[in-house]
Design a binder for this molecule. Structure first.
Ligand code: 3MF
Ligand code: MG
Length: 346
């Protein structure tokens, strides 16, 4: 596969945050949406990932008003030379989706979740964006008995189909995560969602966004998850970040925990011909000072580009030769030496 020359980078405005966590109040002041948008170009980003209510905070108003507000955001993005890469319905913060949206036991709440997702598509259309991301945050349970697990899978498929039918041009990207906020999520990995995609009314419009930390939380290597989705021709976006073991979702700087894992992620994206945006879903550390609150984004982008240079310096012939010889120790040394940089006398 021919190497590409350049990648486009994206992130969501939620990645510039106050540092509030479940145990403590904000550590920094909230930055206005418009001010966040002005940071993108300075940081080397062109794509904006949005929730429906990032774009239109009063999401429960009349559809015509929603489109009007979205048009203002489109103007704002155009003014900065930015584009909307994805829009995601934020179903997990609304009182009517408290027990899940598509899989809620309440028929009225399920209807709300689908209606809300249609509004998200309306917003995406105004923004000129075709990618609708579904992070199924509350589609799961705290205790297994709380919902019917078989029926729930069918309900998620029904929701996907309802959205495909609502708009013939959009694509649905499942962003899967095994846990948090729920104890167990339905369809916990990209592989689960890919299986579902083939049962959708139009499988060619259903794919995935893969987040490194979510794969790690499921005990999987992000590069293998990514490879699987690339093989299916269904990797349409990524959230690169890092994660220190199995605990709450950390959204650390890309490559900051496991450089080799990040190297393999870049390798598979580059060599697998990935042509989507390099999305970053990273959080600043809680105690970061306001003046430094976008450094984690710049650092993650730089890590990607530096690892890309390393990937491109790896000789395919050398790797193939070592594979053919079954010299995995030699291959290990070759890769580690690449990651360590310049050879020094030992
Ligand atoms: C949670 C996530 C989410 C999604 C976002 C867009 C808040 O672990 O990763 O970030 O990425 O909602 O789908
Ligand atoms: Mg994410």
């Amino acid at each position: 596969m021919a190497a590409k020359n350049s990648y486009r980078f994206s992130f969501g405005p939620w990645n510039i945050s106050t540092g509030a966590d479940p145990f403590g109040p904000p550590a920094r002041k909230e930055i206005a949406f418009a001010a966040k948008i002005r940071e993108y170009k300075k940081l080397g980003f062109d794509g904006v990932q949005l929730h429906d209510d990032d774009a239109v905070p009063e999401i429960d108003q009349d559809p015509a008003m929603i489109e009007k507000s979205a048009a203002r955001v489109k103007k704002m993005l155009d003014g900065e030379g930015l584009f909307a890469e994805i829009v995601a319905p934020r179903l997990w913060e609304h009182p009517r989706t408290i027990d899940g949206g598509y899989t809620s036991n309440s028929a009225a709440d399920r209807r709300y979740a689908i209606e809300r997702s249609r509004r998200c598509i309306d917003i995406a259309n105004v923004l000129g964006c075709k990618n609708i991301v579904l992070w199924l945050a509350r589609e799961g349970t705290y205790i297994r008995e709380a919902k019917d697990p078989i029926q729930s899978i069918g309900r998620i498929l029904d929701a996907v189909n309802a959205l495909l039918e609502y708009d013939r041009n959009i694509r649905i990207l499942g962003e899967m995560k095994p846990n948090e906020p729920m104890d167990q999520a339905y369809l916990p990995t990209p592989g689960h969602f890919l299986a579902l995609s083939y049962r959708a009314s139009e499988p060619s419009r259903v794919g995935v966004l893969i987040e490194s930390a979510h794969s790690i939380l499921a005990g999987l290597d992000p590069s293998d998850d990514i490879a699987n989705a690339l093989w299916h021709g269904k990797l349409w976006s990524v959230h690169l970040n890092d994660q220190n073991g199995l605990k709450y979702d950390q959204d650390k700087v890309f490559g900051s925990v496991d450089l080799r894992r990040a190297f393999n992620t870049v390798w598979v994206l580059e060599r697998g011909g990935y042509d989507g945006c390099i999305g970053l879903d990273v959080k600043a550390m809680r105690t970061t000072r306001p003046t430094d609150q976008t450094k984690h984004l710049a650092n993650s982008r730089e890590m990607f580009l530096r690892l890309l240079a390393v990937v491109r310096s790896v000789s395919v012939e050398t790797v193939e030769g070592l594979r053919a010889e079954r010299d995995h120790e030699g291959l290990e040394r070759y890769i580690l030496a690449k990651l360590m940089g310049k050879e020094v006398g030992v």
